[in-house]
Design a binder for this molecule. Structure first.
Ligand SMILES: [Zn+2]
Ligand SMILES: [Zn+2]
Ligand SMILES: [Zn+2]
Length: 284
């Protein structure tokens, strides 16, 4: 699998456009890998995780086409992960041509939230209906935790995130051709039932991507901190959930407690994990 990070920031991007904190100012001076858009991931050219608000900009800036995206795994409906206007803009109704049907996978709670927002704020009609599916060129699939499902060459297992409990937030394992990726944002420390489920499914990851909202000097709370990422990667390694040559990357990086990219990379290097950046391409 080819993995492209379309965005690696938390909810308010990095730098936060209105913020003059030290980290944001440093990121503006350095530019490049220190400039982060809201988190989303592209796998090969046909599977996207999250229809985030910055995927259009990411597609332009990193020259990665989204024209062949057939599948979306939606983690949850928070606005930094789901911009429903993409469903309108990619439809024939808006003049977009040559677009394959988008198979959109999300929990029932996420679909319900999306439907309410879509009808109230965007389009005035019901999202979860055969008519909407046809006019938007999309097919909605309700998925739940610990019930693996397949499409194309992929096999996916969803795990319950420790995040937004009423929204059915999911973390995803994506497998293809004997390789496996864990996409773990947004979440606070993984629920014990999620650890148990990873063992139950005998997961062994080549690549782990984890929430890193909070920085080296911050405690974790509703999201993971740097030290919690370190602990999670250690525990995954100790418990045999990582292949011997696996790599662990941080994403969903917020400006408040995380320094700009080079300094954060130096911290991560000392602690056996890596920092993703927008446009980073990995082969798994
Ligand atoms: Zn988020
Ligand atoms: Zn800031
Ligand atoms: Zn969230």
């Amino acid at each position: 699998m080819i993995v492209t990070f379309l965005g690696t920031a938390a909810a308010n991007a990095f730098p936060e456009a209105f913020c003059k904190c030290k980290n944001c100012e440093q990121a503006r001076v350095l530019g490049g890998k220190s400039l982060r858009k809201r988190s989303a991931l592209l796998i090969n050219d046909d599977l996207i995780i999250d229809l985030g608000p910055d995927i259009m900009a990411a597609s332009q800036m990193h020259a990665c086409s989204l024209t062949n995206v057939h599948y979306c795994l939606q983690t949850h409906p928070h606005a930094d992960h789901l911009d429903l206007s993409h469903l309108l803009s990619r439809s024939a109704e808006y003049g977009t041509v040559g677009t394959p049907v988008l198979n959109f996978y999300a929990s029932a709670e996420t679909l319900q939230r999306a439907s309410e927002t879509f009808e109230r704020d965007l389009a005035g009609y019901k999202l979860l209906s055969p008519d909407a599916e046809e006019s938007l060129n999309v097919k909605f699939h309700s998925i739940g935790p610990l019930k693996p499902f397949s499409f194309g060459n992929y096999r996916v297992t969803a795990f319950l995130a420790n995040h937004a409990p009423n929204m059915g937030a999911m973390l995803y394992e994506v497998e293809a051709k004997g390789h496996s990726i864990f996409y773990g944002t947004d979440t606070a420390i993984l629920l014990e039932e999620t650890w148990q489920a990873l063992h139950q499914f005998q997961s062994q990851f080549d690549l782990v991507i984890l929430d890193h909202t909070y920085g080296p000097r911050q405690p974790g709370s509703d999201h993971l901190s740097a030290h919690q990422v370190i602990e999670h990667v250690q525990r995954m390694r100790q418990e045999g959930l990582l292949k011997s040559n696996s790599r662990a990357f941080a994403t969903h990086i917020a400006h408040e407690g995380n320094p700009a990219h080079p300094e954060l990379v130096a911290f991560a290097q000392q602690n056996n994990y890596e920092i993703a950046y927008d446009g980073l391409v990995l082969e798994v």
